[in-house]
Design a protein around this ligand. Structure first.
Ligand code: PMP
Length: 458
């Protein structure tokens, strides 16, 4: 029996939510005590409204995915047209559909290097899981079946399946399940000199290079890296890092997988994150921005070499998802990519980056605890430090990032804390790529107020 109707009250919805809706990545106890933080009901541009009518600037594009903002009629029309024409069709057993073919060709056309073939999934975890399986299968087909291990980085986020959750290097995401993919190993991120071969680097033993030396290259299938680490706290690699890791992979016959689930499709001011460092991976995993979050879609891009090896297999490639190549999702994807090109979205991202950087300069000047501001395109963040000159973090009990994020939320701005690890207090900012100058300035002014309130609370 159901009690809810279209006319149910907010209180009834909250009660039903507590009773029936298990939320992802949420503290269940808090949810049961407080109810959902907001029940969103509509959106327009960079703003969303909750069911009580309160409006927020979505400063993180929900989960870094609603890149073109809310209420884009062109995307809705593309979905409607395809839903009424052919809502779904399968890509298994050789079947195809026009939208999947057109989107695959379009992605191949904008991707760097020879990433010319596409395997569709329903999201980021499925894309990364696919890349892991393809990497292992690739080496099987090359007669090197011992190459099974995947190296990923601490602080990286790669998904929620058992393999991609194991590749995730954020402890908070490991507590949930005892199951692990034991063929996944972690290195310390961004050790540029060590990866170039400098053994005097004090952290050499934590490097990818050292893992390869100790495990043996014949045991390692691939390295997976986010060009800029997102959920782990918006960490931008130092100059030369991605190039060094790519070279290291080439020298050791290891595939290089770029996890572009956040960076892909314009977030960093280039179409793909790796383009900021002129690196072409062997596989590139995407999702999120490919449809601006308007439908569930992911895509794994394969280099010619990986693709040629996979298609040389004369058995069935026993991998795929019901929604691989979903025509309606692909119709939205195609329209999203057209929208990005036709509306000069990359230019807007680069222009708004300057406005955001200016806002960060203001925050640094006026608030002593703001440290390490960074922004590549509209992927941005800052640390909160007890003493930024001596790099002294806040005590965990102070919960600095939560304070800022909660205060901003109360004042109509959604941001995201990255504070999974002890003494890490990072605030992440990734607004829709269509944001304008006034809206960026409004975000900065709300953060400014939140910082003042935080300083008073100390
Ligand atoms: N990789 C990265 C870099 C991500 O940020 C995410 C999601 N936050 C994923 C993979 C997993 O994507 P999904 O949640 O769509 O499975």
């Amino acid at each position: 029996m159901t009690n809810l109707t279209k006319d149910s009250t907010v209180e009834q919805l909250i009660e039903a939510d507590k009773k029936h809706f298990i939320h992802p990545t949420t503290v269940p106890k808090t949810l049961l005590e407080d109810g959902p933080k907001a029940i969103f009901s509509e959106g327009n541009g960079v703003r969303v409204k909750d069911i009580c009518g309160k409006s927020y600037i979505d400063g993180v594009s929900m989960l870094w995915n609603v890149n073109l903002g809310f209420g884009q009629k062109e995307l809705a029309d593309a979905a409607h047209e395809q839903l009424t024409k052919l809502a779904y069709s399968s890509s298994f057993y050789g079947y195809s559909n026009e939208l999947a073919v057109r989107l695959a060709e379009k992605i191949a056309g904008i991707a760097p290097g020879d990433l010319n073939s596409v395997f569709f999934t329903s999201g980021g975890s499925e894309s990364n899981e696919t890349a892991f399986k393809f990497a292992r299968f690739y080496w099987d087909l090359k007669g090197q079946s011992s190459k099974k291990n995947i190296i990923s980085l601490k602080r990286g986020y790669h998904g929620a399946t058992i393999a991609t959750g194991s590749a995730t290097g954020i402890e908070g995401f490991h507590n949930f399940s005892g199951s692990k993919d034991s063929d996944i190993i972690h290195a310390k991120p961004h050790l540029v000199n060590a990866e170039k071969g400098d053994k005097s680097d004090p952290e050499y033993k934590d490097s990818i290079r050292h893992l390869i030396e100790t495990k043996g290259a014949d045991q390692i299938a691939a390295v997976i890296i986010e060009p800029i680490q997102g959920a782990g706290g918006v960490h931008v690699p130092p100059e030369g890092y991605l190039q060094a890791v790519k070279k290291l992979c080439e020298e050791n016959n290891i595939l290089f997988i770029a996890d572009e689930v956040i960076c892909g499709f314009g977030r960093t001011g280039r179409m793909f994150g790796v383009e900021n460092w002129d690196v072409v991976p062997d596989m590139m995993c995407t999702a999120k921005g490919i449809t601006s979050g308007y439908a569930q879609l992911g895509a794994v891009l394969l280099s010619q070499e990986v693709r040629d090896t996979l298609v040389s297999y004369d058995g069935i490639i026993g991998h795929g998802f019901t929604y691989s190549g979903h025509p309606t999702a692909c119709a939205i994807g195609l329209k999203t990519l057209e929208f990005i090109e036709e509306n000069n979205i990359l230019q807007n991202v680069n222009n708004m980056n300057k406005v955001l950087q200016k806002g960060f300069d203001y925050l640094v000047e006026n608030h002593p605890h703001v440290a390490k501001t960074r922004a590549v395109g509209l992927l941005a963040g800052f640390d909160l430090m007890q003493d930024r000159d001596t790099n002294t973090p806040f005590k965990q009990s102070i919960r600095a990032a939560r304070h800022i994020v909660d205060h901003c939320f109360d004042n109509g701005l959604i941001l995201r804390p990255a504070d999974f690890e002890e003494q890490v207090n990072i605030v992440a900012i990734a607004p829709p790529l269509i944001i304008n100058k006034e809206e960026v300035e409004e975000m900065i002014s709300i953060i400014d107020e939140a910082l003042t309130s935080f300083e008073k609370s100390l």
